[in-house]
Design a protein around this ligand. Structure first.
Ligand code: HEC
Length: 302
């Protein structure tokens, strides 16, 4: 593959010969006539150094400039993620057709069932959910640039997840990579059922019911989330196939604990996309909020 260096070449030309011409351009404006115009010297992956089980980690690639400052990637740059598998959320149509293999669709080498097991060693993965291909790419954070951490909330991972981004597109040094290492810690050591009940009442009860029984008036299709098993079929908190990190994952990725897409089945009041939707009162729901809600749902037995 040919490595392109369009932006580097152009910037170097400006720096060497045309500073007076770009002096009025805000993006390249030098602070004094002796300051060279910044060139792109590389790329940097911005990521937290640690994440807990249940987190949705926002990854961001930035240009590193010759001044040491960083800048956003050009809007037409593309990023390909490596170092963690990508789960392709399966189609809910499969569910409705009663096709049992709905958990098997994925790209990457780790089965959805392993990534979504409640007792597996914590690990990171990306999600491709075509039901959440946002029409407006300026709505952030983007699902494609989000690393989900699932697994046993009582465990830390012995090895960090090392993710890398390969930059592509025009206006960049295509083929360049930038990587980051993220250590995975266990879930929070304490939970608050009180906060969980409050957050749930404000954001979920209208669809999933005041006690999590699924009897909310806003969405007739919303399933029960509490600790009961109506008709012998367990609701979320009574189902050993769910845990707090998976509740956080499902709400943010709009994918259930079997890898099947949510949202489309919602009819007139579909499951909101909590990765980008603000909670009541503003701000995103935190991973602690989801742990708290799961603990509260566990207390809902009637
Ligand atoms: C506007 C209505 C609405 C609100 C508000 C809402 N949901 Fe949902 N939720 C739905 C619907 C509808 C579904 C079923 C979607 C489907 O099957 O495609 C669903 C499904 C789910 C599932 C999958 C459960 C399963 O057993 O497969 C989880 C988990 C969930 N919601 C969590 C939440 C949480 C947590 C909140 C609050 C932070 C919330 N929801 C708020 C409508 C809503």
């Amino acid at each position: 593959m040919t490595t392109r260096s369009l932006s580097l070449g152009l910037a170097a030309t400006f720096a060497a010969a045309t500073i007076p011409l770009v002096a009025g351009c805000p993006a390249n404006s030098p602070s004094s006539s002796s300051t060279p115009v910044a060139t792109v010297t590389g790329y940097k992956l911005i990521a937290p150094s640690t994440a807990m089980v249940g987190d949705a980690v926002q990854l961001q690639v930035q240009e590193v400039l010759s001044t040491g400052a960083t800048a956003s990637l050009p809007s037409n740059a593309t990023i390909t993620w490596n170092g963690a598998p990508t789960m392709l959320a399966s189609s809910p149509a499969w569910l409705y057709n009663n096709v049992p293999a709905r958990v098997s669709a994925l790209s990457g080498n780790v089965a959805n069932t392993t990534l979504l097991a409640t007792d597996s060693a914590p690990t990171g993965f990306f999600v491709s959910n075509p039901a959440r291909a946002l029409p407006d790419p300026t709505i952030l954070p983007a699902l494609a640039d989000t690393l989900f951490i699932s697994g046993d909330p009582a465990s830390a991972s012995a090895t960090p997840v090392v993710v890398s981004a390969t930059i592509g597109g025009t206006g960049v040094t295509a083929g360049t990579t930038a990587s980051a290492s993220i250590s995975i810690t266990a879930g929070p050591s304490t939970v608050s059922t009180s906060n969980g009940g409050t957050v749930y009442a404000a954001n979920c009860a209208m669809c999933h019911g005041a006690t999590g029984d699924g009897a909310g008036t806003a969405a007739p299709n919303a399933p029960g989330l509490n600790n009961l098993s109506p008709g012998g079929s367990p609701n979320l908190a009574a189902d050993p196939g769910w845990n707090a990190p998976l509740l956080a994952f499902a709400a943010r990725a709009d994918v259930d604990n079997t890898g099947s897409r949510l949202y489309l089945a919602g009819g007139t009041a579909p499951m909101p996309f909590w990765l980008t939707q603000n909670a009541a009162g503003g701000g995103y729901l935190t991973t602690q909020d989801y742990y708290d809600m799961y603990a509260w749902l566990k207390t809902q037995n009637n």
